[in-house]
Design a protein. Structure first.
Lengths: 421, 283
């Protein structure tokens, strides 16, 4: 199949599905993509596709741009692509022989993008990278034994609490599930909400569900419907008790934190990336503790993967950019400062900017106590998106009352068994 | 000769994607194979869609959605057209407002409605403060309310267009007909029933089909307001096709689901074409 025909088919495929589904996306390959180079010289511009709209996260992108441009005779062009459109645009663009130089994407989607021909293997660059030993395996994204992306930082969930509310109801930040539920009950009696989280029927929902369902004994290696139902049952109980609003099914992860920052809810299950938002929006005392999970509980170690586009017009410059920013010790110190992310380098994780931050400490402890690979290693690469959607929809169905916890768990596990194999 | 540009345009942007959609629907296409040769699998994708138990409920939801959008869109559109039939400052102002609503991008429109319909939104605030409800109405997070709420918003977005078209049709009625009716003692309702409804019948048929097609294409408001949730409660055929193709990256499965929606639209398109032809013949 020649390149022209491939491009046409990719364009038409996206167009056809877009017409049928009336997708709001723009055409694939538009907006800052670089044309495919055949090993020729680049244009001195590093095009970076990302999906950040939060001002603090945008500030980090701008800081990386500034850092790289000050160190190199090159220009960085940061291109915003909405989160929901990122992967489909990348896959369509790759089919048309175009795409960005650098991709900053949800690390869990590494397999999808690698299989879709979006990312270039990084094995050669990584073998020559002097600081490679600073990075733990959990932040390296490999598919079929080839490295495609590296995470410059780790993001994970913790339990944010409103200190003012806890003082008013006379409880300490919870360390066990029973303490959490007692505190939510007391908060409700005092006229506050118990907890906010996301129940959106997609990957964000699965990400938020994971700690609670693994705490109940569920895992993807041997999916058990009763364990999944037990996890769902607990959270549905929070809805029935009035501690968690059913409205959470319409919230992505940003909205529940805004609700928490409004000061009317005792707890929020949310991530370290909200530190900047908390500083700017919350006018009450707050803190973070690890999610109160048991021995089987797990918290995904997420974050954005950074890779080089398969059709980057200057892969060498793109690799220079990554070395200067996400993989650089000084570059990684910018992330905790601006967005509260935890550096993935072993040396930078011990830097003052991390160790002197009280809010980051609970997240660091969570990594040690509950850290889990994202996505779970037992999920085959090609099934990751299926699994996330299946569990995200079941999670949403339970919180929204569309299904009972047991029915949702039975249906989800039946689907998971065929997806995971 | 003069038709050539239009034919080329239609062929490139309508026919070719449609052919590719059908090809994709009968092939195994994933993120890994999108840019390679597609393996023909016949109706396997359609079978898989029904076997997973997703396609059947999605068809039912789509039909409910289409009925709500069409009934509301047509009735309220016609009612508004009657109310705005007069010329004057108020009707001009309201028409301008309607054009504005019609021209709003669905993402903006949907976001505003999502805000209005949430627990702390305007509608629930009014209902709670007036004592009509003790708890907020779960417009977007109850499985039954959510489908009707999104369908209502979809209808709201199509009402301005229907109003404008109906109004244009009503304006063609000779004013002397109404004067004669008034002299004969016809009530307002009788004027509507015996003058306006028959006069706009050809327009109604065309508009009915366009509204049905609009309802069938329902995607953007669902995407913005519920993302198909809670659970799968608002997964209509177009949205299910989106999830399968662009979230699960099973392009073949998504194309098969979308093709089912396209079949529905095509049937309506044929009816539309025939009604246009008949209207032209009558005219």
């Amino acid at each position: 199949m020649n390149a022209r025909r491939t491009s046409l088919i990719a364009l038409a495929a996206a167009g056809a599905l877009g017409l049928a589904a009336c997708s709001g996306g723009t055409s694939a390959g538009g907006g800052g993509g670089s044309t495919s180079g055949s090993g020729g010289e680049g244009d001195g511009v590093v095009t970076v596709w990302h999906y950040f709209s939060d001002p603090n996260q945008v500030a980090l992108m701008d800081a990386y741009k500034e850092k790289f441009e000050s160190e190199n005779d090159a220009t960085v062009e940061n291109v915003y692509v909405p989160y929901d459109q990122m992967n489909s645009k990348l896959v369509s663009a790759a089919g048309a022989g175009t795409g960005p130089d650098v991709v900053v994407f949800n690390g869990a989607d590494a397999a999808t993008l690698a299989l879709g021909g979006v990312l270039a293997p990084l094995d050669e660059q990584w073998a020559d990278f002097a600081d490679a030993d600073q990075f733990p395996d959990s932040v390296l994204h490999s598919v079929d034994d080839q490295l495609y992306a590296v995470q410059g930082y780790v993001n994970l969930l913790g339990l944010w609490y409103n200190q003012d509310i806890l003082d008013e109801i006379g409880v300490e930040p919870p360390t066990t599930m029973a303490e959490l539920e007692d505190a939510m009950a007391a908060a409700k009696d005092a006229g506050y909400g118990g907890i906010t989280l996301s129940g959106l029927p997609q990957s964000q929902g699965e990400w938020q569900a994971y700690p609670w369902i693994t705490d109940a004994g569920f895992d993807y290696e041997n999916p058990d419907a009763d364990a999944l139902a037990a996890g769902f049952e607990r959270v549905r109980g929070w809805v029935d008790n009035g501690w968690l609003t059913q409205e959470a099914v319409t919230w992505d992860q940003t909205v529940p934190f805004q609700q928490f920052a409004a000061g009317k809810t005792a707890f929020a299950q949310n991530g370290n990336w909200q530190i900047g938002t908390a500083e700017s929006d919350a006018d009450f005392a707050y803190g973070v503790v690890p999610l109160p999970l048991g021995d089987t509980g797990g918290v995904y170690l997420g974050g954005e993967g950074e890779g080089i586009g398969a059709h980057a017009d200057d892969p060498e410059l793109a690799w220079e950019y990554l070395q200067s920013t996400y993989l650089d010790a000084k570059g990684q110190e910018l992330a905790p400062d601006l967005v509260g992310s935890i550096p993935s380098r072993a040396d930078t994780a011990q830097a003052d900017v991390v160790t002197s931050n009280d809010l980051l400490d609970p997240f660091a402890r969570t990594i040690a106590d509950f850290g889990a690979s994202y996505p779970a290693t037992s999920i085959p690469p090609a099934a990751v998106a299926d699994v996330q959607l299946t569990v995200g929809q079941a999670w949403s169905a339970v919180i929204g009352g569309q299904q009972t916890p047991q029915a949702a768990a039975d249906q989800a596990v039946a689907a998971l068994k065929s997806q995971i194999g | 000769m003069f038709l050539l540009p239009a034919a080329l345009f239609l062929g490139l942007f309508s026919l070719y994607p449609l052919v590719q959609l059908v090809r994709m629907a009968v092939s195994q296409v994933t993120a890994a194979t999108l840019n390679a040769d597609w393996v023909f699998t016949g109706l396997d994708n359609v079978r898989r869609g029904f076997e997973t138990g997703q396609t059947g409920p999605a068809i039912s939801r789509t039909l409910v959605f289409v009925v709500v959008v069409t009934v509301l869109g047509m009735l309220v559109g016609f009612g508004a057209a009657i109310a705005l039939r007069t010329t004057g400052r108020w009707s001009a102002w309201l028409l301008a407002l309607m054009v504005f609503v019609w021209a709003l991008p669905p993402v903006v429109n949907g976001s505003v409605w999502k805000f209005l319909l949430n627990d702390a939104g305007l509608l629930n605030t009014v209902l709670l403060s007036t004592g009509l409800r003790e708890t907020p109405v779960p417009f977007l997070y109850d499985q039954h309310w959510a489908l009707f709420s999104v369908a209502f918003v979809n209808a709201f977005a199509v009402i301005p267009f229907n109003t404008l078209v109906f109004r244009a049709a009503l304006m063609t009625i000779d004013p002397e007909v109404f004067e004669a009716a008034q002299l004969d003692g016809a009530s307002k309702w009788q004027q509507i029933r015996h003058i306006m409804v028959p006069s706009v019948r050809p327009t109604t048929l065309v508009l009915l089909i366009l509204t049905l097609v609009y309802g069938f294409r329902s995607f953007d408001f669902i995407y913005v307001m519920t993302y198909g949730g809670p659970g799968t409660a608002t997964n209509t055929l177009p949205f299910l096709g989106y999830l399968q193709a662009f979230v699960r990256y099973d392009y073949g499965l998504g194309a098969a689901t979308s093709a089912l929606a396209v079949v529905g639209v095509l049937v309506l398109a044929v009816v539309y074409a025939r009604s246009i032809k008949r209207e032209e013949a009558d005219g």
